[in-house]
Design a protein around this ligand. Structure first.
Ligand SMILES: Nc1nc2c(ncn2[C@@H]2O[C@H](COP(=O)(O)OP(=O)(O)OP(=O)(O)O)[C@@H](O)[C@H]2O)c(=O)[nH]1
Ligand SMILES: [Mg+2]
Length: 431
């Protein structure tokens, strides 16, 4: 079942500011952007300072009337809460407000459902949606009875199941979808193992949604792999433009190359079920040799967004991977570009400024274990010479009586593999 009747949705946003959180205003602004991504019009906002949320209604009961007034005054037909609501909170709020009530989690799940293109991403979102729904069946049922369609009801699986299936059948569905997902994941794991065997370093772009990860990926492809026009990834000014992981090879001139992966971005209060469901997508990140943490430096809240990204990375088990910070969108700031400062690269991917500086930093990190040496390979070992020509940086070749003499820079693992041919000087790669 595709999208039900597309009702015009006009929402009131409601948030509780617990103990004057500094980032509260930003999180409300972000909620509005999330609503926008679901084509919901925001017609009013209400916030309340509280030392703790009200367990029965999230906001204080006195505030309920204010929400009702806002709904009536602005023609609203939906209320969106800035935190995940409990099943009973949704029930209570719906019965008091007499309109559909959703929370930040369902909004994010809905965006993911709209954007998921691959079967894997679709399954991941559907599992997360069903798990979110399971304890909330009663409330959601009432809500759907009140108003069909619109945000939070779009996904096929959920739409179909919501009314007619009971708990047990939803559980069965989760099991079934999880099995299908496992099979897809196993396939990707095999691909990943294969890549590992090839020993090519993996660099992963990570960061907050809309920071410019996909734009950096495309800029690198433009610069270093121009024949790969068709391999460009989707970039757009919207939240969660990317939901799937793409891997591309970035070949550098001296026979050194690396794989670059682009993946889903993060957001504050990313639903727990979603992080869990996307674990397999994010495993790719966990196994990277190097992370490029992409920062939207033009966002005044950039430091907080870095923090949220780091917390999410921790949640998926990424803690000790070396990281370079790409301070992207610096063209919108006063900062001089391109500029490298320690582990930070100030750049502007959209206008292709700072790409080679970023790549230089990547090179320093991932080709650390290259060494210089000379090998003498007998003429009957032609395959070794062609392997080295392909995988090492050959600086000089000469043909001696005993075989081909190669002065080169190669990976430590290749050095070990062909140790018997080494005739001189194993030194660390010069800077
Ligand atoms: N001004 C400016 N805009 C940029 C720059 N880099 C990217 N953008 C814009 O920022 C928006 C988001 O870029 P994406 O590359 O899609 O961002 P992302 O991090 O992949 O986002 P998600 O996939 O949604 O997580 C696009 O409209 C880009 O054109 C930059 O250096 N300067
Ligand atoms: Mg992207």
């Amino acid at each position: 079942m595709e999208q039900l009747v597309e009702l015009e949705q006009k929402a009131i946003l409601v948030g509780v500011n617990l103990n004057d959180q500094e980032d509260f205003a930003y999180s409300m602004e972000e909620l509005a952007n999330l609503a926008d991504a679901c084509e919901v019009e925001v017609v009013g906002t209400l916030s309340q300072n509280l030392p703790k949320v009200n367990p029965s209604h999230y906001i204080g009961t006195g505030k309920i009337q204010e929400v009702t007034a806002l709904l009536e005054g602005n023609g609203g037909n939906l209320v969106i809460f800035n935190d995940e609501l409990s099943p009973s909170q949704i029930r209570n709020l719906e019965s008091e407000l007499k309109c559909k009530v959703i929370d930040r989690t369902i909004l994010i799940l809905d965006i993911f459902a709209r954007r998921a293109k691959t079967r894997e991403a679709q399954l991941q979102v559907e599992v997360a949606q069903l798990k979110y729904m399971l304890p909330r069946l009663v409330g959601l049922r009432e809500s759907l009875g009140r108003q069909g369609g619109g945000v939070g009801t779009k996904n096929r699986g959920v739409g179909e199941t919501k009314l007619e299936l009971d708990r047990r059948r939803i559980e069965e569905k989760i099991t079934m979808l999880s099995k299908e997902l496992e099979a897809l994941v196993a396939h990707r794991q095999i691909q990943r193992k294969q890549r590992k065997k090839n020993d090519i370093p993996v660099v992963s772009l990570v960061g907050y949604t809309n920071a410019g990860k996909s734009t950096i990926m495309n800029a690198m492809l433009d610069t270093y792999n121009p024949s790969s026009q068709e391999k460009q990834v989707f970039e757009k000014d919207m939240l969660f433009a990317t939901l799937e992981t793409s891997v591309r090879s970035i070949p550098l001139q001296d026979n050194k190359s690396f794989l670059l992966t682009d993946t889903v971005g993060f957001v504050s209060k990313l639903p727990h079920h979603l992080v869990k469901a996307f674990r397999s997508t994010l495993e790719e990140v966990a196994e990277a040799d190097l992370l490029i943490h992409v920062v939207d430096y033009a966002n005044p809240e950039f430091e907080r967004l870095i923090q949220i990204t780091n917390e999410t990375l921790k949640e998926i088990g990424v803690t000790d991977i070396p990281t370079i910070y790409a301070y992207n969108k610096s063209d919108l700031t006063e900062h001089h570009i391109p500029e490298v400062q320690g582990d930070k690269v100030y750049m502007a991917a959209k206008s292709r400024i700072g790409i080679s500086e970023l790549v230089e930093q990547i090179r320093r990190q991932i080709f650390k274990d290259y060494i210089r040496c000379t090998m003498l390979v007998p003429y009957d070992q032609g395959t070794v010479v062609s392997y080295l020509n392909e995988h090492a940086n050959i600086i000089e070749t000469s043909y001696e009586e005993e075989g081909t003499k190669l002065y080169m820079e190669c990976r430590l693992s290749d050095y070990g593999k062909y140790k018997q041919f080494v005739i001189g000087g194993a030194g660390k790669q010069s800077e």
